[in-house]
Write a protein that binds this ligand. Structure first.
Ligand SMILES: [Fe+2]
Length: 179
């Protein structure tokens, strides 16, 4: 289940209802899917063939279509990242910069872990959302954020798009952000 860390105070928020309420206040959608639906051999596999990616998408087809119908997503795919990903260091360097998009960024974690760093309201500042398998998050359009891997450096996620062009990253220079 997702956990929040507020960067200014180091305060942690856990428990599905608390996390959901905090994120709702920050206009971030949070839902949870049953990650155990995924066949066991895919729950810990981070280099995937096209067939395996399709298998993950069909496992969560109902959840994906429900989310897509409610929120207008038209296409979806699978992203898998780990130390086996070519150029992973360069990719992470690129990822780890605060940016915005013209559409929301939605990720459903199928396996592994990941973390979104999001700029909250002025009273909260930047906060981390640590995600694990089953967590679904949507960072609203124009909200500064970035995504990266956690210590395990392994993730498989479903990405959903309204228009794939909407995912272009616009750098957000912010003096108030410090790692
Ligand atoms: Fe992004």
């Amino acid at each position: 289940m997702a956990e929040i860390r507020i960067r200014n105070t180091n305060e942690r928020i856990s428990g599905e209802e608390n996390v959901k309420a905090f994120l709702e206040n920050q206009e971030v959608l949070y839902e949870h899917w049953n990650a155990n639906k995924l066949p066991t051999e895919l729950q810990n596999k981070f280099v995937l063939s096209d067939e395996e990616k399709s298998q993950i998408l069909s496992t969560f087809d109902e959840e994906i279509r429900d989310l897509a119908t409610r929120r207008g997503y038209r296409t979806w795919d699978i992203v898998a990242l780990s130390d086996a990903t070519p150029n992973i260091e360069e990719l992470l360097k690129k990822f780890e910069q605060v940016h915005t998009h013209t559409e929301d960024e939605v990720r459903a974690i199928a396996a592994g872990k990941g973390i979104f760093i999001i700029k909250g309201t002025d009273d909260v500042g930047y906060f981390d959302v640590e995600l694990e398998a089953g967590d679904v998050i949507s960072v609203p359009e124009h909200k500064p954020h970035f995504f990266t891997l956690m210590e395990n450096r392994q993730i498989v996620a479903v990405r959903l798009f309204i228009e794939t062009e909407g995912w272009i990253a616009h750098p957000f220079a912010d003096a108030s952000f410090n790692k």
